[in-house]
Design a protein around this ligand. Structure first.
Ligand code: FES
Length: 71
């Protein structure tokens, strides 16, 4: 999952994910994370719901995901 990947890539995402305001129900964008391209490419495509929320995320990038939706 993402935490495992983050550990491999030496990124501390746990605090970010736990700060998610909607408790991982894909209804906010506070868990927005920007991934390394190598990590992004290993993940499944985001759902339509996730893409809708990502559009609202601050500082959206080509490798943005919602941390709570990545498994
Ligand atoms: Fe709200 Fe991830 S915690 S979308």
């Amino acid at each position: 999952d993402l935490l495992h990947l983050a550990h491999e890539w030496d990124v501390d995402l746990e605090a970010i994910i736990q700060s998610g305001a909607c408790e991982a129900s894909c209804a906010c964008s506070t868990c927005h994370v920007i991934l390394e391209p190598e990590v992004f490419d290993q993940l499944e495509e985001p759902s339509d719901d996730e893409n809708d929320m990502l559009d609202l995320a601050f500082g959206l990038t080509d490798t943005s995901r919602l941390g709570c939706q990545v498994h």
